[in-house]
Every structure is written in C-alpha cells, then in structure tokens.
Design a protein around this ligand. Structure first.
Ligand code: TRP
Length: 475
C-alpha cells in the first residue's frame, strides 16, 4: 500500500496549523466583529471562549485524527456507532467556506494588482477614484470578480496537489514567517498615523456595557468567530492530526496554535483599526468596507509609498488566506486519497485536487457573480419588489453572508457540540488522554479541566452560541 506521508517537522506542522487558523477570519472578521460588538467586551468573551471551548475542541480534533490516521469521514466511522455520519458534515462544510473564502481571496488579488497599478501609474490603478467608487465598480464587474476568484481557487489547488510535505508544509514554512514580518511593518505604519490613538482606545479601554445590553448576541458572534478563526468543527484539525506522528506533543502544540491565532487576530486589529480611525474618526468599522474601502483610502492618501504599503498589505492577506484555503481543500482531498489508497488504486492526489477544486469553483462563481449583493442575485431573505431588492432578514443579505452564516454560525458549533457529546458520553474522555499520552513523556496535565469541559461546559456554551446565532438569523 501507498505510504501516507505526514508532516516532516514539528515546525512545519505548526506553521501549517497556524497557517490554517490565521486567515481572513483574523484579518477581516476579527477587527470588524470586534468593532460592531463592543470592542473590549467582545475581546474578553472571545478569550474566555477560546480557553473553555477552543482549546478543548482543538485538542480533541487533533487527537481523534492521529488516533485513526484517517480523514474526518473515516475517523468518525471508525470510532463511533452513533455519530458515524458526523464526518460528512465536517467534509461538506469546507465546500461552503471555500466558496466565499476564495471569492474574498480573489478580491485581495485584485486589490494587490490595483496598488501595483498605482505604483507604476498604470491604467489599472485606482485612477484617482475614491475607495468606495473603486469597490463598487469592481463588485459590479462580474467577469473580473469571477476571474480573480477562480485564480485563487487554482492557486489553492496547485499547492494541495503537492501533498502535505511537498506542498502544504513547504509553502506554510516560508509563507507564515513572511506574513508575520509584513504584519509588523503594517502595524508600525498604522499606529504612527496621526489620530491612530482613537483606534487603540477603542480596542483596549475596558467597557463592559455591551455585555449588559446584549449578552447573547456578543456571545454568539464571539463563539462563531472563535470556531472560524481556529479552523474548528470542520474536520481540518482531524485531517492535519492524521498526518502527525506519535512523537509530536498534541497538548503543547494545540496551546501554541491557540495563542498564535489570538495574537495574530489582535495584531490584525492593530494593523487595521488604528488606520481606519485615523482616516475616518467616525469609525466606520464594519463589513467589507473596512478591508477594501477604508484601507484603500488610507493607502491612497499616502501617495507613492502608500502603493507600496498597499501591495505589501494585500499580499499579506493573500498569504493568510491561501494557507487557510489549502487546509480546507485538504479535508476533501484527504478523504478521497485515503479511499483510493485503501482500494489499492495508488496515488490519485492530483486528480482529486482538481475535481475538488472544480466543485468548489461552481459555488465560488455564484458568490463572485453576486458581488456581495451589488450585482443582485436572489438569496433567502431578499425579495425583488418593483425592481428593487428588499430585505426580509437582516443578516443574510448576500450569498457570501449566507454561506458564512450557514457554516460558521450553524454547522461548526453543531459539529463541535456533537463531537463533544461523542467524546464525553459515548467514547469517554480517556480516549483523548490515552492518545495524547501514547508517547512516553507526554502528559496531559489539564485532564481534569478537559473532562469537565468536554462533558458539560463546552456543550453548554455551544448550545448558547447556536441559539444566539439562530435567533440573530431569524430576527
Ligand atoms: N481559520 C481560518 C480563518 O480564520 C479559516 C479556516 C480555515 C477555517 N480552515 C477552516 C474555518 C476550517 C473553519 C474551519 O480565516
């Protein structure tokens, strides 16, 4: 049988796992969700949830994957009687996420090109238009949107084709340190702009009022964000865990991934929010406008240097997004590769990568054509009245948001909830401890805490997050 090549080094694994975790969720989602959910209060809830749920689910997924050495679908089939089907949920969701993830990745490609145009004074720059106008024009240009989206899908597929060791590990080992350096450069620039202090105050001055006013909403948003940002509840960490050997310390690595992801989210906040506040003291800190409109305005105002910063910034976002999208595609590809290997069909990775990417492309094209709702395509919650789109729901007003809400808001917390029930009550939490301690010298010091969380605290919080998301969806 074909040998299943896993990660070569712990560093490579960490870069791949942190690469999966650090993505648009950190750079795009975190700052604007923090912006519209009370700043500091959101941060506090987020950190508590990461400790009580994120850590538990991360350790569990990595351990389950390493135990079976198989992708998400097989892992659940091997381990559980009652939750055999759960792997399918975990494999279906990456399609949904990839659809809008690649669309957004494509937008970043476009913006990098745009800033390059500005640098060399070419016609494909912003041509003196405001950030708002540039964004709208791009959203209405469906062909361009689709082309950039598909380029992003293609780049993702090319790396996944190279396999874990030759593709993903190699790319992330170089890409992640590079991303970190670029992020530091952008933070220095952003925090030294006149007026940047307001943004810093907004992030770090304690204010718990929003929690009193709308606790469930903040909890639900922070919970969804936490799952998304840590790449949980979706089979990614099961898949990456299955490529780990017994010598690697899951407990320690899970902690590192969690801490790195949170630090990068905060750093992204520092890169984005002070600049946004400096330029726009009213603090229009929500949605797509933050990353594509507000920041582009910041770069435009800085002249030629601005174009250089723009290129560096969007390149950074593209890197972050690609190291995440490859992890999502890998979930699907691993499943089919394992199946083929079990049937003795040999290494079919390249073919499966292409097929999976083609399937993703279909959904991605839909999201790109919609252009964040600018180009007007039907979504649940939107009706055409006398030629004008009217919204009957507040949340899902374009395909992108709809897929986002479906995956991040419902499928991830649900998947994680069921996984905790499976571990806590069907398999017993000692499966996880045994796996972690299976190599001499590895101790699961937090076992008491883990047991309590996986049985009671995490499922309860998941239920609250789910409830809050569903409520926000329908109201
Ligand atoms: N964590 C990534 C981000 O923050 C997105 C992501 C990658 C993801 N893989 C995932 C989200 C798996 C959920 C599940 O942008």
């Amino acid at each position: 049988m074909q040998e299943r090549h896993g990660f070569k080094s712990t560093f490579g694994f960490l870069m791949a796992a942190v690469g999966s975790a650090v993505g648009l969720g950190n750079i795009w989602g975190f700052p604007h969700k923090m912006g519209s959910n009370g700043g500091f209060a959101f941060l506090l809830v987020y950190v508590i949830l990461a400790a009580l749920c994120g850590f538990v689910v991360m350790v569990s997924e990595l351990s389950l994957g390493r135990r079976t050495g198989k992708g998400a679908i097989e892992t659940y089939q091997i381990l559980s009687r009652k939750f055999k089907w759960l792997g399918w949920l975990a494999t279906l969701s990456p399609f949904l996420i990839l659809s809008f993830y690649c669309a957004l990745g494509g937008y970043c490609l476009k913006y990098m090109v745009l800033n390059f145009g500005n640098l060399i004074n070419a016609g494909f720059g912003t041509n003196g238009l405001s950030g708002d106008a540039v964004f709208k024009t791009f959203m209405l240009n469906q062909t361009e949107g689709v082309v950039f989206g598909l380029i992003f899908v293609l780049l993702t597929a090319l790396i996944v084709m190279g396999g874990i060791r030759g593709g993903i590990e190699k790319f992330c080992s170089v890409g992640m340190p590079a991303l970190f350096i670029m992020l530091v450069i952008i933070i220095i620039r952003s925090c030294t702009l006149p007026g940047a202090v307001e943004g810093l105050k907004f992030m770090f001055v304690p204010n718990l009022q929003p929690l009193k006013e709308n606790f469930l909403s903040v909890l639900a948003t922070a919970g969804g964000q936490m799952f998304f940002s840590l790449s949980l509840g979706m089979g990614v960490m099961i898949t990456y865990g299955s490529y780990l050997d017994k010598k690697k310390n899951i407990h320690k690595n899970a902690m590192i991934i969690l801490v790195c992801d949170t630090i990068v989210a905060l750093m992204a906040g520092l890169a984005v929010l002070p600049a946004a506040f400096a330029l726009d003291p009213e603090g229009k800190t929500s949605g797509p406008s933050l990353l594509f409109v507000t920041l582009q305005n910041v770069f435009d105002n800085m002249g030629t240097v601005g174009a250089v910063f723009g290129i560096v910034f969007y390149l950074l976002v593209i890197l972050a997004a690609i190291t995440s999208s490859i992890s999502l595609l890998e979930v699907i590809v691993t499943h089919f590769c394992d199946k083929a290997a079990a049937k003795g069909k040999g290494d079919k990775r390249k073919v499966y990568s292409i097929i999976a990417a083609a399937a993703v492309s279909v959904l991605c094209i839909l999201v790109c054509l919609d252009g964040m709702g600018y180009s007007g395509y039907w979504v649940p919650g939107r009706v055409l009245v006398d030629g004008v789109w009217q919204y009957t729901a507040t949340y899902n007003d374009c395909w992108l948001d709809f897929f986002d809400m479906l995956s991040e808001g419902i499928m991830m917390p649900l998947g994680a909830l069921l996984m905790c029930i499976m571990i806590g009550y069907e398999l017993g939490p000692d499966v996880i401890r045994d796996e972690i301690e299976s190599h001499e010298g590895h101790k699961m010091h937090s076992y008491g805490f883990y047991k309590l969380c996986v049985r009671f605290i995490t499922p309860l919080l998941m239920l609250l997050v789910l409830g809050g998301q569903i409520r926000d969806f329908f109201i």
